[in-house]
Ligand binder design. Structure first.
Ligand SMILES: *[C@@H]1O[C@H](CO)[C@@H](O)[C@H](O)[C@H]1NC(C)=O
Ligand SMILES: *[C@@H]1O[C@H](CO)[C@@H](O)[C@H](O)[C@H]1NC(C)=O
Ligand SMILES: *[C@@H]1O[C@H](CO)[C@@H](O)[C@H](O)[C@H]1NC(C)=O
Ligand SMILES: *[C@@H]1O[C@H](CO)[C@@H](O)[C@H](O)[C@H]1NC(C)=O
Ligand SMILES: [Ca+2]
Length: 275
């Protein structure tokens, strides 16, 4: 759950009224209650999504999972877990890292799965920008010592519920449309509160400015980043695997929530895995 203990939620600064309204949060800083509702809704969404995708995965993978088909007395949860483990160990050994430093990366904000996004620019007045020394390409340079910092619609040093969420990047891959079946993200050098916790991954075969339009994107994954328990700075979560049968040329990775109410989201690396 969200940790808000270090932030006085009653006395959060008010939001910039000129900024575009947040589709799911509506500037939840106004009230602690609204903030709680925001995160409760997201949590429900993730739980339902996870259950559905695990159910679908277990159906489609049952044929290949010989070890479980012979079991007679097993509860459903056990079958699902075992099938997924088998599938993961089969898939993982041939996985390729798909992003290279030659790929084109665009930072975005005001971005939510299925909706339009806005291109983020280098930090000027601190609103809707990424840090000029900590640009989107830092997330895909293969170097854990460099990070990508995005303030979303917030100004630096504000602490408003939702800062850093609805930020991210989209990538135009140089390679021909791969099948992505996993991703991995790594933490930055400081502020555990900025770590992405819930994330989304979408794919698209559109190009150019169409990639800023929500309809261009199809959802591939919504859920955990695997950074929920903080294992330290400049550390990577395990590869998060998911069922997917659609190849795409371009990918959009967005943050739904970060660990704490702070001014931004940050991560040192994002890698996609597949074939
Ligand atoms: C990046 O592009 C350069 C120049 O086209 C090429 O030499 C290099 O092999 C590419 N690197 C990767 C990792 O694809
Ligand atoms: C920040 O800069 C952007 C682009 O230069 C501008 O559109 C926006 O109004 C500015 N915001 C504030 C709060 O000054
Ligand atoms: C999304 O972008 C498209 C193309 O610019 C625009 O026509 C549409 O109105 C936008 N939708 C929203 C909800 O802003
Ligand atoms: C995207 O394009 C690639 C080839 O460019 C194609 O193989 C793939 O099926 C397309 N994806 C979808 C979902 O249509
Ligand atoms: Ca990096």
């Amino acid at each position: 759950m969200m940790q808000t203990s270090k932030v006085d939620v009653q006395n959060l600064p008010t939001c910039n009224p000129s900024a575009r309204s947040n589709r799911i949060c509506k500037f939840a800083s106004k009230r602690k209650l609204t903030c709680l509702i925001y995160f409760t809704l997201i949590t429900i969404l993730i739980v339902v999504g996870s259950i559905v995708s695990f159910y679908v995965a277990s159906k489609s993978l049952k044929k290949t999972a010989k070890s479980t088909s012979s079991s007679t007395v097993v509860n459903k949860q056990f079958v699902v877990t075992t099938v997924m483990t088998d599938a993961r160990s089969l898939i993982k050994k041939d996985l390729l890292p798909l992003i290279t430093p030659n790929d084109t990366i665009y930072g975005v904000y005001e971005a939510f799965m299925g909706y339009n996004s806005t291109i983020a620019l280098p930090y000027t007045n601190g609103t809707g920008q990424y840090h000029s020394d900590e640009s989107p390409s830092n997330a895909c340079d293969g170097n854990i010592a460099t990070k990508y910092v995005n303030f979303g619609r917030c100004a630096a040093n504000t602490q408003i519920c939702g800062c850093g969420s609805q930020t991210g990047l989209h990538i135009e891959l140089k390679r021909s449309a791969p099948l992505v079946t996993g991703f991995q993200i790594c933490t930055g050098d400081d502020y555990p509160g900025r770590d992405p916790i819930l994330v989304t991954l979408e794919g698209s075969n559109h190009s150019g400015t169409d990639l800023l339009v929500g309809f261009s994107w199809s959802l591939i994954y919504v859920g955990d980043s695997d950074l929920k328990s903080d294992t330290g700075r400049r550390r990577c979560g395990t590869i998060q695997m998911f069922p997917n049968s659609n190849r795409y040329k371009n990918y959009r990775f967005l943050i739904l929530s970060v660990r704490q109410v702070l001014d931004c989201a940050q991560y040192s690396e994002l890698q996609l895995y597949g074939y």
